[in-house]
Design a protein around this ligand. Structure first.
Ligand SMILES: *[C@@H]1O[C@H](CO)[C@@H](O)[C@H](O)[C@H]1NC(C)=O
Ligand SMILES: *[C@@H]1O[C@H](CO)[C@@H](O)[C@H](O)[C@H]1NC(C)=O
Length: 367
């Protein structure tokens, strides 16, 4: 249930062990991490629950004051799941997640569409994007394509500047009930992504978690729908949640980690948002294969399961593991990436466990 609990700790425990650094963090962390190792992939089992096999409609709830440039990067990433792009693409990456089936034999869906975002003022803002797209090398001309039905901007902070697990569900409830134009409450296909901005605190954010996925309670939201929360870590804790573009304070950068001893530069110009992209992908992959926390996971404890992305924390390319991200690409400006997306975008996304190959895998693998 708690996703991505201290994935940096996993790397740190490696570092502490190998480099004998003293490191302490107050964590309420995942047992798998506390017990000093990653979850055991050999224990990955199917527990009879459903996977997300129906076409997924993503609804984004932007909570807080979001930077439009950052939103644009995230939208383009989410729009890349079901769109063609040069190999290795985001859609290619998702094909590893598709290998997982449920007891009806249905695979995880290949249809993921960004279906709506609405403003918390209740105002539908269907296609307001006429802003210049800013890339690393300056401003591109033209306007962003509009492929989003509407947006929910919870800029008035319906549940204040500090959220916890239950209030995140209340934020979803607010988004699906705010008049006059709520987000659709769609138990069949809906997937709700609550994204909190730099100025929002979330309990345990930056201490034990960077994000989590779960499902809503009927008592709070009315139905059971899968959702994830991911926080923007760029100002609060890039060293914890924006790996490999940032590294925890006091810990030396990874030796030889793609570019010598320097920390990798982000492909879309912002450490926080480029780090968040991989975290969003992590949560989506795990929701798809373990949406109700009773399908695919390793270990005996469903409240701290080792899910398909947990098993590959910190691995982004061949040879990756420990403090080495693996073989990834760099663009002309030296920014790291391993996947291509729409509109010429590039992203850096961790690998997930491949059920058939029985190892961590991504489409940029060399073998
Ligand atoms: C569905 O899952 C099975 C079992 O892992 C796999 O063999 C098959 O290739 C998957 N289908 C798709 C379209 O990914
Ligand atoms: C939005 O983010 C970009 C890229 O990180 C940054 O250059 C810009 O200053 C930010 N804009 C605001 C209004 O904070």
């Amino acid at each position: 249930m708690d996703k991505l609990c201290c994935y940096v700790l996993l790397l740190l425990s490696f570092l502490c062990f190998h480099l004998d650094l003293s490191w302490s963090l107050n964590t309420g962390c995942n047992q798998a991490v506390n017990s000093g190792g990653s979850p055991d992939p050999d224990k990955l089992e199917y527990h009879m629950g459903p996977v997300l096999a129906s076409p997924l409609k993503l609804y984004i709830i932007w909570y807080g004051n979001w930077n439009q440039t950052h939103q644009d990067t995230i939208r383009d990433f989410l729009s890349s799941f079901s769109s063609p792009a040069p190999r290795p693409s985001v859609a290619d990456w998702w094909s590893t997640v598709r290998l997982y089936t449920d007891q009806t034999g249905s695979n995880v869906t290949d249809s993921i569409t960004l279906s709506g975002e609405l403003g918390s003022t209740g105002t539908a803002i269907p296609c307001r994007f006429k802003y210049p797209k800013r890339f690393r090398h300056g401003y591109a001309t033209g306007t962003a394509e509009c492929n989003i039905a509407g947006e929910f901007f919870d800029t008035k902070l319906s549940h204040g500047p500090r959220l916890n697990r239950m209030s995140i569900q209340a934020v979803i409830k607010n988004a699906v009930t705010s008049q006059p134009k709520p987000l659709p409450l769609d138990p069949r296909n809906g997937y709700y992504l609550v994204l909190t901005s730099a100025d929002i605190m979330v309990d345990e954010f930056c201490r034990a978690v960077c994000a989590f996925h779960y499902f809503t309670f009927p008592a709070t939201v009315g139905v059971i729908v899968p959702y994830a929360w991911v926080g923007y870590s760029g100002t609060q804790c890039p060293g914890m949640c924006a790996y490999p573009f940032a590294w925890p304070m006091g810990v030396p950068p990874p030796p030889g980690g793609n570019g010598g001893s320097t920390v990798m530069r982000p492909p879309n110009g912002d450490i926080g948002v480029d780090g968040m992209i991989s975290v969003i992908a992590h949560e989506l992959a795990e929701s798809a294969t373990n949406p109700l926390v009773n399908a695919w996971y390793a270990g005996n404890n469903p409240t701290a399961p080792g899910e398909i992305a947990d098993l590959c924390l910190g691995v982004y390319g061949s040879g990756g593991g420990g403090a080495y991200v693996g073989q990834v690409s760099t663009d002309a400006a030296g920014n790291g990436y391993n996947l291509n997306g729409i509109k010429g975008r590039r992203f850096m996304v961790q690998w997930v466990w491949d059920l058939v190959k029985k190892r961590c895998f991504g489409p940029n693998a060399k073998d």
